[in-house]
Design a protein around this ligand. Structure first.
Ligand code: TYD
Length: 140
């Protein structure tokens, strides 16, 4: 299956009552991996583009728990898609080996990122041309 079609929006269960909302995200249940790492991004200006990499081994789920942002994903074969993250009970699942750019951050954006691995800089591909060569079998 094409890597782009594996990227998909997820909707999490919400428990709301007169005290407010509670959103549940359980590893291997609401998302398709065990959560090994979380990090979150805030204070990025609207014209900033983050990400700009692919990961050889890591799957992610990105959730704008406050504010909004967009994620552009590319397969390195000429196909791309854009997702809006604009509700705290939805997220985008990103498989391994997909190029991602996060951008258009609202001033109040807090982008929560759930990852399937501990941080390992060597599994990040930060050069788009290298990514294209790898996915098209021209490089390992
Ligand atoms: P970077 O990957 O550039 O962030 P983004 O993809 O959101 O634009 O990471 C910024 C810095 O933080 C970089 O020096 C690597 C470091 N970092 C860690 O040490 N651990 C982590 O889990 C992450 C995601 C980044």
């Amino acid at each position: 299956m094409n890597v782009l079609s594996r990227a998909q929006m997820l909707e999490f269960s919400q428990k709301g009552d007169d005290r407010g909302h509670l959103v549940i995200v359980e590893g291997m249940d609401d998302i398709p991996f065990d959560i090994k790492r979380i990090f979150y991004i805030f204070g990025s200006d609207q014209d900033v583009v983050r990400g700009q990499h692919a990961n050889k081994n890591t799957e992610f789920v990105l959730i704008n728990v406050a504010g909004t942002s967009k994620v552009r994903v590319k397969d390195g074969k000429g196909n791309e898609a854009v997702y809006s993250l604009n509700r705290p009970h939805t997220g985008i699942y990103l498989p391994k080996m997909i190029w991602k750019d996060m951008y258009d951050f609202s001033e109040d954006s807090v982008l929560l990122c759930l990852a399937s691995t501990h941080y390992d800089p060597s599994e990040y591909i930060r050069d788009y041309d290298e990514f294209v060569k790898i996915v098209n079998g021209e490089k390992k």
